[in-house]
Design a protein. Structure first.
Ligand SMILES: Nc1nc2c(ncn2[C@@H]2O[C@H](COP(=O)(O)OP(=O)(O)OP(=O)(O)O)[C@@H](O)[C@H]2O)c(=O)[nH]1
Ligand SMILES: [Zn+2]
Length: 370
């Protein structure tokens, strides 16, 4: 099974000098004059890049457009990648710089395709992000815990910290959903951004926006969530001028519904980045193994070192050390079953339980769907 950083999709595999099999006609300089930046958007082979040294661009914004140099090969470059560019970095209209190198990735959010020819193959989505902000409404639409679980798995696999944001708390109690994720230790924030009570709640700090800002400030966050949960409303509150379209979006153009390439990078006032994922409707995690998920739980990973070789840690497997740990007393468990709850919650994130679908209300079923 493919593992992180080893796929042929990994640009680093191709960019290390001296590894090419083709003989070189002349020794190229290693682009020591290159400038560094971060990919903020990708549009049909054109890469929008924010340079570290914004003063290089004519308008001082640091934003330029670049194409991939042929020497980079076919490895995929994604939003969030740190890259080196040469050539015209003025950012003037119709100028194109050349992207010559992709730096090693600190984290890599991936998804596997769920349908079509590519089903099961994994795709890199965003590099170097710190947080996966999972936006879910407590009602309208109803929360989908299996989907939240898959997002969590994607975050742990990526090496990112998950943050659960429960929206629309003016409409229903967030407590039942919160209690589902408490044993996992997932950080969470409850928000209410309804039109009517908004101004009042916001004055009192009760809308939750400040609490979200505190967690994401100065960091790079990827926002995910299915349609209608209030993701755009939240992003607009966090990033003034973001102008994310809210409501039942894009009925005219349908834009943002079917494509997964239109990730948008927005700058947080006071520092940090928000990456919106308007086209990403689902997150297949077929490529993730138990061991990948375990990395998100250092305490359980330590316990699992005593497991038999190849243990999947799933419920019911023989001699899994997690079961013995649940039975033993410890300072972190005073008889209230905290260890058991944590292990059970962790196991919920493992295949095959993860494959289970959320029940879809009859009214939302399409023909042919169960
Ligand atoms: N009552 C209430 N309504 C909210 C809240 N947040 C958002 N809404 C409403 O929920 C609807 C959907 O919000 P959006 O922000 O467009 O949702 P989205 O997640 O971006 O959905 P897509 O744009 O389809 O991806 C809008 O009518 C919002 O006004 C909230 O906290 N409480
Ligand atoms: Zn085990």
């Amino acid at each position: 099974m493919a593992r992180r950083d080893t796929g042929t999709d990994d640009p680093r595999v191709r960019v290390r000098p001296g590894k090419g099999s083709r003989p070189r006609t002349k020794q190229r300089p290693a682009h020591s004059d290159a400038h560094h930046g971060t990919v903020t958007r990708i549009d049909r082979g054109h890469y929008r890049i924010r340079l570290e040294n914004a003063a290089l661009t004519e308008d001082g914004s640091g934003d330029i457009t670049a194409m991939k140099a042929r020497e980079l090969g076919r490895g995929k470059v994604v939003v969030g990648d740190r890259v080196a560019v040469v050539g015209d970095v003025s950012g003037r209209k119709d100028t194109l710089a050349r992207m010559v190198r992709v730096e090693e990735r600190r984290t890599l959010l991936r998804r596997s395709a769920e349908d079509g020819d590519a089903a099961g193959t994994e795709k890199p989505v965003v590099a170097n992000a710190d947080l996966l902000v999972i936006v879910t409404s407590v009602t309208n639409p109803e929360p989908r815990p299996r989907m939240i679980d898959r997002y969590l798995v994607a975050a742990y696999d990526a090496g990112m910290e998950p943050l659960l944001v429960l929206t629309k708390s003016d409409l229903a109690d967030a407590a039942p959903l919160l209690s589902l994720y408490e044993p996992l230790g997932v950080r969470s924030v409850v928000t209410r951004l309804d039109e009517s009570s908004r101004a009042e709640a916001s004055r009192a700090g009760g809308d939750g926006v400040e609490a979200v800002r505190e967690v994401i400030g100065g960091r790079t966050s990827v926002f995910v969530g299915h349609s209608g949960v209030g993701k755009s409303t939240l992003i607009n509150a966090l990033v003034p001028g973001a102008d994310r379209v809210t409501g039942h979006v894009n009925e005219v153009t349908g834009r943002g519904r079917h494509t997964s390439t239109n990730l948008q990078t927005l700058e947080l006032p006071g520092g940090g980045w928000v990456i919106d994922t308007p086209g990403v409707r689902s997150f297949g995690v077929a490529h993730v193994s138990s061991a990948d998920v375990l990395r998100g739980f250092p305490d359980l990973a330590e316990v699992a070192e005593d497991c038999p070789r190849g243990c999947t840690h799933e419920a019911g497997v023989i001699d899994c050390a997690l079961d013995a740990w649940c039975g033993a007393a410890g300072p972190d468990d005073d008889g209230r079953g905290l260890r058991r709850a944590r292990v059970d919650s962790f196991r919920r994130l493992l295949a095959p339980s993860l494959e289970a679908e959320d029940p879809v209300p009859a009214a939302h079923r399409r023909q042919g769907e169960r």
